[in-house]
Write a protein of this length. Structure first.
Length: 147
């Protein structure tokens, strides 16, 4: 890992980079620019760069009416996995989530993302539920941090 730089989504460039990572890793639920603009008002969205190269993104969702848990999602583009980027992005998400008043921490991972599921389970997350979004063929897995 050369120089990991994590920045908040704050302009069109970082918004488009966040969208690119999301849509590459979650091709079954692509987001439009307007979708991302809406999310940035409700969640903490960040992008991660190795120098100037886009390597990943993250989302921290505060507790909501749906769940009292904070949600952390760390994504790393496949070409940059197993270099420590995911760990650094995840630890930053975890710290932010713990600053929120919440009843636990959870994550959601596309079932076909075997690297993501392995990473979450290695960090103490346990599967709670598998669910399929309307129109999708690949389910998401909801996991909760077992603390």
């Amino acid at each position: 890992m050369a120089e990991l730089r994590i920045v908040s989504v704050s302009d069109d460039d970082t918004l488009l980079d966040w969208q690119r990572v999301h849509n590459e890793i979650i091709p079954t639920a692509p987001l439009s620019v307007d979708d991302v603009r809406g999310r940035v008002t409700r969640h903490v969205l960040e992008v991660a760069y190795d120098g100037d190269l886009l390597v990943g993104n993250s989302t921290v969702r505060p507790p909501s009416e749906e769940t009292a848990a904070a949600t952390v999602i760390a994504r790393v583009l496949p070409a940059y996995r197993r270099r420590g980027f995911g760990e650094a992005i995840y630890q930053r998400c975890l710290q932010r989530a713990r600053e929120l008043v919440s009843d636990g921490i959870e994550t959601h991972i596309l079932a076909s993302n075997e690297d993501g599921l392995r990473f979450a389970k290695a960090h103490g997350f346990v599967e709670v539920e598998t669910y399929l979004l309307p129109g999708d063929t690949i389910p998401f897995v909801e996991l909760r941090l077992d603390e």
